[in-house]
Design a protein. Structure first.
Length: 202
């Protein structure tokens, strides 16, 4: 079997398996919705085909100068247990996969794990979120990234809401440490609500 035919067969078989998984995921999500939101968890999925006239990997500035089509799969799950009226907790997982027909060296797979905790007290609320992403490129270890974001909110007046947050992220290129990086970001947002709190402006 020649290489091009082998890749096409793998592409077809993978597409069939992923389509079945996606249909199952969307069926589970539909069943959850029919329970009027009583379930503390949800599952979602999508499946599609993408055409690109110049396949690239943005993170490494790698360009193929070739066109190709790929299978795109996304699956996700979220769990929100009940922990009290003033508290909130979320646990999530997201999976994404791109499989190229003729350029398997650009195949990309990502696993993202997330969690967040929140607490409300009087006119204040606060939350802390953490995310970890591990990805593969051409079936080899690619990037590991951590992100943590604390946030604090305050209601100074009935029609105002102020939110302040800080985000720290560390990106580790597993096969090219020279590209490793750390990022710090701060945000301060003022919301102004009107029309009986049905609309707002920043």
């Amino acid at each position: 079997m020649v290489e091009g035919t082998r890749i096409s067969v793998i592409f077809h078989r993978t597409a069939t398996a992923m389509a079945a998984a996606c249909i199952l995921a969307m069926t589970v999500q539909s069943a959850t919705a029919q329970n009027n939101g009583q379930k503390p968890w949800s599952v979602s999925g999508s499946l599609g085909v993408q055409y690109n006239d110049n396949v690239t990997t943005d993170e490494t500035d790698t360009t193929s100068n070739q066109s190709d089509k790929s299978l795109q799969l996304e699956l996700g799950g979220l769990y929100k247990p009940k922990v009290g009226e003033k508290y909130g907790l979320e646990l999530g997982y997201d999976f994404s996969q791109s499989l190229w027909d003729k350029l398997p060296e650009f195949d990309y797979q990502s696993h993202y794990f997330s969690t967040s905790a929140a607490y409300a007290f009087g006119d204040w609320d606060a939350d802390l979120s953490y995310g970890f992403n591990y990805s593969f490129l051409d079936r080899g270890d690619f990037i590991a990234m951590h992100n943590i974001t604390p946030r604090l909110g305050f209601v100074p007046k009935p029609n105002l809401y102020t939110s302040a947050s800080y985000s720290f992220s560390r990106k580790n290129f597993l096969s090219d440490n020279a590209r490793d990086g750390v990022n710090h970001a701060w945000s301060l947002t003022q919301f102004i609500f009107f029309m009986e709190n049905k609309a707002y402006a920043l």
